[in-house]
Every structure is written in C-alpha cells, then in structure tokens.
Ligand binder design. Structure first.
Ligand code: 13P
Ligand code: SF4
Length: 320
C-alpha cells in the first residue's frame, strides 16, 4: 500500500467520523478531485462549490481551493465549520485588491454599480453591489447594462475587458490579473494551433484579450468542461489551469487535450498553467485539517458578513 493510499484511507474514515464533506475546485491536483468524488463530496467551479456547500447537511465543510472559496462558504453557512487545508492559499486577484484602495476607487464614482469577481475578500464583497463568477458575469453585466447602469468592475482586468467587449457596457476597471492565466503566450499559441489545425481552443476569460481572441469557446471552468464534451473536435488546446484536465479526460476519454503554451522557447514563467495556491491542497494538509482544524478554520467578521451575503445572494438568485 502506498503512502498516498494510506492518506486517502485515513481521510475517508475521518470524513465519516466527523460528518465532514470535501469540496474541491477543478484546479486542485487530480488525486484531490478524485478523493472528493469518491467520498460523496464534489468537484466544481467556484459558483457550484458555493451552492453545494450551502445545501449540504455536513457539519464540517473542507474547502480544497483558495481562501475566497472558504470565505464564501462561511458567509453562506455561518453555522457550519468551514476548514481549509491551508489558509495560506490565496489568489493574486484577491491580494491585488485591498479593501481600502478599492473602496476609495469606488467612492470616486458613487453613481456606478460596483460589480466584483468572487475572487476577492469578504470586505471587498461587502463593498460591492453585485458579486459575479466567470460563469454568470456576462449575464449579470448584460442585465445591469440593459437597466442603464454604469459599472465599476474589479479586480480582473482581463475578464472585465472580455465582458465589456461582449456587452458594450460602460465599465471602469480595477487593474488586477491572475498570475496563472496572465502567462499564456499568443505567438506560441498560434504556433500550436498551426501544428494542430483540427484542435478547438478553450480559454478561461481570466486570460489576456489576445488569447481570448484565439478561442473557440470561452467560459468558466464548468463551461469549458461542457465545451470539451459538446464540441465535435477530437483535440483541444486548453488555456487554463492544468488541474482541469482531470475532469476533461474523465468525461472525454477518447479525446486529446493539450496545455496552451505559457512560455516562448527558452523563457520561464512563475506559475506555468498551475495555480501555486491551488497546489497547496495536498493529502497531508487535508488530513491535518480534519485532525486539527485550529488555525485552518475560516472566520468572517460578522459585520462584513451581512453586506457580503447581500451581494452574494443577488448573484445566486440571479443565476438560480
Ligand atoms: P471558475 O469560477 O471558472 O471556477 O474560476 C475560478 C478561478 O479562480 C479561476 O482562476
Ligand atoms: Fe486566483 Fe488565478 Fe489561482 Fe484562480 S488560478 S485562484 S484566479 S491565482
């Protein structure tokens, strides 16, 4: 029996004993996604993770993802214990959008609706009128635009630019980016397309505009997985975190998936198609989270919770 198998067996027992459930994002490592599936938990995009945790009957939710996902779970179900394998798992969008600066930016444009991406702190969510994830952002901005609203968008400038282009909405942007998606390279992707002319290109909209322009399908992690299933192509070039390959390969075993290039020849990148914070959710950390939740439990300031819940519920009701 391998060490990994031993970890998995102990985690399964602990999940049962403690009435806990494991919820994992598509960007976590394949063994973590498999474990969540085997134990009755779920593997999902950030919107579905929030919904799953909110309706599940477990006392403890183990959130294998990044900090904002744990906070969202706590905001939605404050009566539950929300634990993360590590609270150090943050997100460059969250880090790049501190509440004081963001709030001052919003104060300069009081006539605009504040729409923020879910990849933000509870404080930023509380300052927002609307929360969106990449799976519902387009529809929500379309709706606001149709009502004549002008928008402050934060923090992801690439997702914002994509939505602005699609909807024509009046948006002013915060200057944030995802360190993983920002690394995809246009010239190298064009070369790869030329090498595989029959491949469809799937792109997460946190990628730069020149990458999005080369896409056959653009969407949230769940939407990209759906595209892999429904498009007739046998080959796909995928511009998002490589964690997503686990589910794509599982659902489409006969299809072939290639990682979109993150660096030109000879170049290096800090986070080549894998989020360093998602990667912190290992088996050891999950077992430790179940054995000693102290220091791993997620808490949200109750004053912030009320405001964050209001804007989160707007999103959940809208996209129900
Ligand atoms: P999804 O909402 O598409 O799962 O994306 C979350 C995320 O962090 C992407 O980098
Ligand atoms: Fe944040 Fe990018 Fe990691 Fe997603 S992949 S959690 S946006 S840093």
């Amino acid at each position: 029996v391998t060490e990994k198998a031993e970890y998995k067996a102990r985690i399964k027992t602990l999940l049962k004993e403690k009435n806990a459930v494991l919820v994992a994002h598509y960007y976590t490592d394949p063994e973590i996604q498999a474990l969540a599936e085997e134990t009755g938990g779920c593997v999902a995009d950030s919107l579905e993770m929030a919904r799953f945790g909110a309706k599940h009957s477990a006392d403890i939710i183990i959130v294998a993802g990044v900090r904002f996902m744990g906070e969202t779970a706590k905001i939605l179900t404050p009566e539950k214990t929300i634990v993360m394998p590590t609270l150090q798992a943050t997100c460059s969008l969250d880090v790049g959008c501190p509440i004081d600066e963001f709030s001052a930016f919003c104060d300069q444009h009081p006539e605009r609706k504040v729409v923020v991406y879910a990849n933000t702190s509870a404080a930023v969510k509380a300052r927002a009128d609307w929360i969106v994830t990449s799976s519902c952002a387009l529809e929500i901005v379309e709706h606001l635009d149709a009502e004549g609203e002008k928008i402050i968008w934060g923090p992801d400038k690439h997702l914002g630019a994509y939505i602005q282009k699609k909807t024509g909405a009046d948006m002013i942007m915060w200057n944030g980016a995802c360190i993983v998606h920002d690394e995809f390279k246009t010239k190298a992707l064009k070369d790869m397309k030329a090498l595989h002319p029959d491949a469809a290109v799937l792109v997460h909209p946190e990628s730069p505009a020149e990458i999005v322009d080369l896409a056959d399908a653009v969407g949230s992690t769940s939407q990209l997985i759906k595209a892999a299933q429904t498009l007739p192509n046998q080959k796909f070039i995928v511009a998002t975190d490589r964690g997503i390959f686990y589910k794509m390969q599982q659902l489409c075993p006969e299809k072939e998936f290639f990682e979109a290039p993150t660096a030109g020849e000879g170049a290096t990148c800090k986070s080549c198609a894998h989020c360093p914070w998602m990667a912190m959710n290992g088996l050891k950390a999950i077992e430790e989270a179940l054995l000693s939740p102290q220091g791993r439990e997620v808490f949200v300031d109750m004053n912030l919770r009320e405001g964050a819940l209001r804007s989160l519920n707007r999103m959940l009701d809208f996209s129900a």
